[in-house]
Write a new protein. Structure first.
Length: 169
């Protein structure tokens, strides 16, 4: 009678295949998340730049309003207003608001490219299901005191044991 794989053989197969499977899933996750992280970083940076330019535009707008009020008082008092400075600050404010719009559009475009790691999620679910099925099947085989039909194939593929002859099963 040929030797049947033991529980130790199965445990050895699990010790070698499960870490390899986890490493492969980890590599898949890294490959899938790297582009998403890049787009997320560019989008977040663009929104940050839009915020900085927007705050600068707000500051310039306040300065423009201050100069406009100053002009109003100068016109009422018939003084020489600083019209050139007012229009200069107003022009800068409009330009800053245009820059804010461009950064916001770039940020929105980049953030819309961020996708969930679908392949990694599917592979992880499939791997967990396979391990769960194997554990359930092994528990049933142990309970019924039977060797699984693929025991020889599993242990031979993992090179854990070698069959005594070609016809053992």
């Amino acid at each position: 009678m040929a030797d049947r794989p033991t529980a130790a053989d199965y445990i050895q197969v699990l010790k070698t295949t499960v870490p390899k499977m986890i490493t492969q899933i980890s590599d898949l996750a890294k490959a899938e998340l790297k582009p998403a992280a890049k787009h997320g970083g560019i989008g977040a940076g663009s929104f940050a730049a839009a915020a900085v330019v927007g705050l600068t535009a707000l500051f310039l707008l306040m300065l423009t309003l201050a100069f406009a009020l100053s002009m109003f008082f100068h016109e009422i008092l018939h003084r020489n207003p600083l019209t050139a400075l007012t229009f200069g600050f107003l022009t800068m404010t409009v330009l800053c608001l245009l820059i804010v719009a461009v950064f916001a559009i770039v940020g929105k475009t980049q953030l819309s490219k961020v996708k969930a790691p679908q392949a990694t999620i599917a592979e992880t679910k499939a791997s967990i299901a396979a391990v769960s099925d194997a554990i359930t099947s092994g528990a049933e085989d142990a309970k019924n005191k039977t060797a699984p039909s693929d025991a020889v194939a599993i242990t031979s593929a993992a090179k854990m044991i070698t069959p005594a002859d070609k016809g053992w099963a």
